[in-house]
Design a protein around this ligand. Structure first.
Ligand code: F2R
Ligand code: MG
Ligand code: MG
Length: 312
């Protein structure tokens, strides 16, 4: 981040680990509640406590692909990333992917260009939250350069989510991750909202960012879902996830449990909130009883460290 003093290497490592582990933990905690009606935080904790394995879904699976490609190419390369997404989906198609991406991967496998395959699945491209749910590694990789971050967040979207509303959801999520990664202490929640408002171009996001300030203080979490949404569309989930993370700047657990408790697209909202909360607070803030059950925990850690090595 421009004008900020450099962070201590150990602190930065903890933040990169916190982001990659946090998105996976959020996805796995939310997965049993995707489509549920406002589950209570205690119910979410109880289900996690009974599980032997916290299994992640397409959200974290695609974030893995994005991290792998950024590490391999040392930049966002659309051709390479499209191939990695396609290969990873072919290896684990059972991760609960949205309806559009598997059709796009088939076209990419048949030789279609990475920036064309998504254009005719939905009118104007998809505005689903699939581009935002996976974008956190872009926020880490480009946390010092917001111009490159915005371009990379859009390019990685175009592979599956070409609609401007899908792209903008990814830009806002990646920017939030970068803002909380680069500052120590991270900027105050109101300042983050103010910065996001300078980058938002689409009216629906501008309007929701405006509502978010008042929601920072509300006691009624149901208001978040009713004003910001809890659905599969990027504009109905990215603002809610950012809001949950910004409402709880000192607690990973509270941010993620609140995100799951919104119901609707619970795994995805919690994945995005977990990425932000983990990047802000570091890996030590993630409850150990969740971390020790996280599927492929060591691989998320390996990717976080390699992403960090690529940027310092
Ligand atoms: N797929 C799911 N959940 C379904 C249940 C999974 C089940 N548990 C299992 O085990 O299989 N969740 C995942 O999908 C979401 C991300 O979806 P993505 O990648 O954005 O998909 P898609 O198809 O691009 O868009 C989703 C829907 O948005 C609407 N939509 C998008 N663009 C539109 C447009 N231009 N016009 C009209 N509608 C548009 C459509 O309804 C799409 O189906 C995450 O929740 C992830 O967890
Ligand atoms: Mg999912
Ligand atoms: Mg979901």
């Amino acid at each position: 981040m421009a004008n900020s003093p450099p962070l201590e290497p150990e602190l930065l490592k903890s933040k990169f680990l916190g982001c990659m582990l946090g998105l996976a933990v959020g996805d796995a905690l939310g997965a049993p509640f995707e489509g549920a009606w406002f589950p209570a935080p205690d119910q979410v904790k109880a289900v996690a406590a009974k599980s032997h394995l916290l299994r992640y879904t397409d959200d974290a699976h695609m974030a893995i692909g994005l991290a792998e490609s950024l590490i391999a190419c040392k930049d966002l390369n659309g051709w390479h990333l499209a191939e990695v997404f396609t290969k990873n989906f072919e290896q684990e198609p059972w991760r609960g992917y949205g309806p559009g991406p598997p059709r796009i991967f088939k076209k990419i496998r048949a030789g279609m260009s990475w920036d064309k395959a998504a254009l005719d699945i939905y009118p104007g491209g998809s505005y689903g939250n699939g581009a935002a749910m996976r974008v956190a590694p872009v926020g880490l990789f480009y946390f010092k350069d917001f111009k490159k971050l915005v371009a990379a967040a859009r390019d990685q979207s175009i592979i599956t989510h070409a609609h401007l509303l899908g792209q903008e959801g990814a830009v806002l999520l990646a920017l939030t991750v970068a803002l909380v990664t680069g500052g120590s202490p991270a900027p105050a929640s109101r300042d983050i909202i103010g910065q996001l408002r300078q980058y938002a171009l689409e009216e629906v996001y501008l309007q929701k960012l405006k509502c978010m300030e008042a929601l920072l203080e509300t006691k009624d979490a149901g208001e978040i879902a009713s004003q910001l949404g809890n659905g599969i569309e990027a504009f109905n989930s990215v603002p809610a996830a950012i809001c949950c993370a910004l409402r709880h700047p000192g607690s990973f657990e509270d941010a993620v449990l609140e995100a799951v408790s919104l119901g609707g697209d619970a795994d995805t909202i919690a994945c995005m909130a977990g990425a932000i909360a983990g990047a802000r607070l570091g890996s030590e803030a993630i409850p150990g009883q969740w971390l020790k059950k996280l599927e492929n925990k060591a691989y998320f850690e390996e990717l976080a460290v390699k992403l960090l090595e690529a940027v310092i």
